[in-house]
Design a binder for this molecule. Structure first.
Ligand SMILES: *Cc1c(COP(=O)(O)O)cnc(C)c1O
Length: 217
């Protein structure tokens, strides 16, 4: 369990990048982790978590939320439109908005509820066929479309290809954000979050480096 070690590295990376301490939010990605590991991180005072499946989040977070105040949950995995209602009820932010149909569904739910989680548009910076996210060339148009629906757009998210230097992907996400006036950048995971901080991340998503290796999934 090394939450504190990651927080220390995050503060050091902020300082090195000339960014104020606490500028970058640490999302502890707890997917597939045993509940006792998640609980230990909650006991240490951490409150911002990421999950990649709606169902898994639904099955365990209500219990934690009853016991710990101030938990904030981000959905970092793909969202099917038929799970959108459950997702908007469960999550404070959805980081995987990547298609018009999902945007329309979220807009309808936002109307109905008078509230909507913060949204991040996921960009497939590596143009990988199997990966979710809007293609870089289509990002500006999609962002405009989401804005026209009056949805609360907080920023952009990317997951670089596994075997590549992540820096060009983080830079690309930053450029798309800058030209669209979006300051939120969710990028960087266990192996590369310091690089992401140097390149402007506002949110890093760290799983295994905090909780230990995932046994499955
Ligand atoms: C699992 C996951 C993470 C965390 O990955 P680690 O390598 O364990 O830090 C971050 N972002 C997304 C979208 C994930 O699915």
């Amino acid at each position: 369990m090394s939450l504190q070690a990651i927080l220390d590295r995050l503060r050091a990376a902020e300082e090195k990048a000339g960014r104020a301490p606490g500028t970058v939010k640490l999302i502890a990605v707890s997917k597939v982790q045993p509940p006792e590991r998640v609980e230990a991180v909650l006991e240490q005072g951490h409150r911002l978590f990421g999950e990649n499946r709606v169902q898994e989040a639904q099955s365990r977070w209500p219990d934690f939320q009853a016991r710990f105040e101030g938990i904030s949950l981000h959905l970092v995995g793909p969202l099917q439109s038929n799970k959108a209602r459950a997702a908007v009820e469960m999550f404070d932010a959805i980081q995987s908005l990547d298609r018009p149909k999902l945007a329309s569904t979220l807009a309808r739910l936002a109307q109905e509820r008078g509230a909507c989680p913060d949204l991040f548009v996921q960009v497939n910076t590596g143009t990988e066929p199997q990966k979710a996210g809007v293609l870089p060339d289509a990002a500006d148009e999609f962002i405009a479309r989401v804005r026209a629906m009056d949805l609360p757009l907080a920023g952009l998210m990317c997951i670089p290809p596994v075997d590549e230097d992540p820096a060009p992907h983080f830079r690309l996400l930053g450029e798309i954000g800058a030209r669209n006036g979006l300051s939120g950048l969710s990028m960087g995971m266990s192996d590369d979050f310091e690089t992401a901080v140097a390149l402007g991340a506002t949110h890093v998503r760290v799983g295994s480096a905090i909780f230990g290796a995932r046994s499955a999934g």
